[in-house]
Design a binder for this molecule. Structure first.
Ligand SMILES: C[S@@+](CC[C@H](N)C(=O)[O-])C[C@H]1O[C@@H](n2cnc3c(N)ncnc32)[C@H](O)[C@@H]1O
Length: 460
């Protein structure tokens, strides 16, 4: 059973702290002390380069001698940071007699206090301690919290500090509720997007008792594997009031949306009709105007064959705040999970993304001469239905019939299937597979040959 500690944050501004040791371990501690405004006093016969520079710049002072208990007089804290365990313990005992709290680096048993693992976001500090019993676990927890807290979260704390006076006029309980409403509303996201004016507007609306303004998050959910979501995507998914999603969004990803958010499906209906784009645009505007935080969740990246631009144009025209979160597009996801690099020094110096979706008149609207080129990878979205014609046209425009080509269906998911062949054989190989009828991406180019060596993802 480890010791129990009393957690505190100590104000060390201008306070003297004795650090015994002049090497890297001492330097690490001194860097932290300087951040809190403390005045480190180093006891050492030799200093490393960094500490010598700090002393030269008067950021720390030096007692160039061996350790003496008298050096502890007047100190707020002490840190024993030499590589001599016996000396460290001597420092700790002397500090104990002098009533100075002492930390011995990597020796919690001899320490009167220990320093936690920390995550910092501006004025916010999250401290993690396992009481010295499992520092590796503390580090792991720290990594998790690092990932959870957006880098710019300090801005939110600073904003709240700056606007405290504005809210102070309200009774205490109302103040607390107001800040809670602010944190639950679009204000923090506006700040994280760098829009302070909009955040002030949100705060003023709350102070004036007006209902919160809605906003829209256009979020790319990636190609299928939930692990490929960005931190930002996940955060917005967990704070929306309503989500509009389409057929490419897998149940596993939808599961990560806030439980009590309303779910609206806008993809292909059973009768195979898609909700017209204009209706989706109008719905986004309507919901946001009703004060909702609306998540528009799209497969892959919203700006790659995703019509994200059209949705945003409508929001911009209606003056609705929005933000756009990129996602991993099917090309990147399928390439990585099938072991087919999109470019390669020896095989492809460029890569081109096209859609194989036929126009209303049934034609494929592609510049074949720009596609049928050696040294280039062609990625075809929505190309399964027209696969035979696509391959034939590429051959007709100059690529050899044995030019490598692959089709990846439901890439990055546990149902991923990859069919490899050539422009001549791929259409037949795919047509013979009745089990391939999901979202599919075609990759054409010599890079396909690398799959034999680079494949790693083997869904069960
Ligand atoms: C309307 S587009 C949307 C593309 C999306 N915005 C993106 O960046 O990936 C839909 C097409 O993307 C491709 N696609 C999306 N997810 C896929 C996946 N997991 N595996 C293979 N192809 C996929 C298919 O070609 C599908 O027909």
């Amino acid at each position: 059973m480890g010791k129990s500690y009393f957690p505190i944050f100590v104000d060390l501004l201008h306070q003297p702290v004795l650090v015994v040791g002049g090497g890297e371990v001492a330097a690490r501690k001194i860097r932290l002390l300087l951040k809190s405004g403390a005045k480190p006093r180093i006891v050492a016969l030799e200093l490393n380069e960094e500490l010598a520079a700090l002393v030269a710049e008067s950021k720390a002072s030096l007692i160039a001698s061996t350790f003496e208990p008298a050096q502890l007089v007047g100190m707020r804290l002490a840190i024993a940071a030499t590589d001599d365990r016996t000396l460290n313990r001597t420092v700790a005992e002397a500090a104990e007699s002098a009533g100075v709290l002492c930390n011995v680096v990597d020796d919690p048993e001899a320490s009167r206090y220990i320093t936690p693992s920390i995550v910092e976001r501006g004025p916010i500090t999250v401290a993690i301690s396992t009481g010295g019993s499992a520092p590796v676990l503390a580090r792991r927890l720290r990594e998790r919290i690092e990932a959870l807290l957006p880098g710019a979260y300090g801005k939110v704390a600073e904003f709240m500090e700056r606007h405290r006076a504005r809210v102070k006029t309200l009774p205490v309980e109302q103040r607390r509720l107001l800040w809670e409403d602010f944190l639950d509303g679009p204000g923090p996201e506006r700040l994280l997007a760098g829009d302070e004016v909009a955040a002030v507007f949100e705060l003023e609306s709350l102070v004036g008792g007006k209902p919160a303004r809605g906003e829209v998050y256009l979020v790319g959910a990636g190609p299928g594997d939930p692990d490929l979501l960005s931190f930002r995507a996940l955060r917005l998914m967990q704070q929306c009031d309503v989500v509009l999603y389409d057929a490419l969004i897998s149940p596993a990803i939808l599961d990560l949306v806030r439980r009590d958010a309303e779910r609206i499906y806008v993809g292909k209906r059973r009768a195979k009709h898609t909700l017209p784009q204009e209706d989706i645009n109008a719905e986004l505007v309507r919901l946001a105007q009703a004060g909702k935080r609306v998540l528009r969740l799209k497969g892959g990246d919203p700006f790659v064959f995703g019509r994200g631009g059209e949705e945003i144009e409508e929001l911009a025209a209606a003056g609705i705040p929005f933000q756009i979160v990129p996602g991993i597009s099917a090309a990147n996801g399928c390439a990585a999970y099938s072991g087919i690099p999109l470019t390669h020094r020896d095989y492809a110096q460029s890569c081109i993304f096209v859609t194989g979706h036929r126009r209303k008149d049934g034609q494929l609207d592609l510049h074949w001469d720009a596609l049928a080129r050696p040294g280039q990878t062609v990625v075809i979205y929505m190309g399964r239905t027209a696969l035979a014609e696509l391959c034939a046209q590429l051959v007709a425009n100059g690529l050899p019939a044995d030019w490598p080509a692959a089709l990846i269906e439901q890439g990055t998911t546990q149902s991923q299937q990859v069919v490899t062949g050539s422009l001549g054989t791929l259409p037949g190989l795919v047509a013979a597979r009745s089990d391939i009828d999901g979202a599919s991406l075609v990759i054409v180019g010599e890079v396909v040959k690398l799959r034999d060596r680079l494949k790693w993802f083997l869904p069960t």
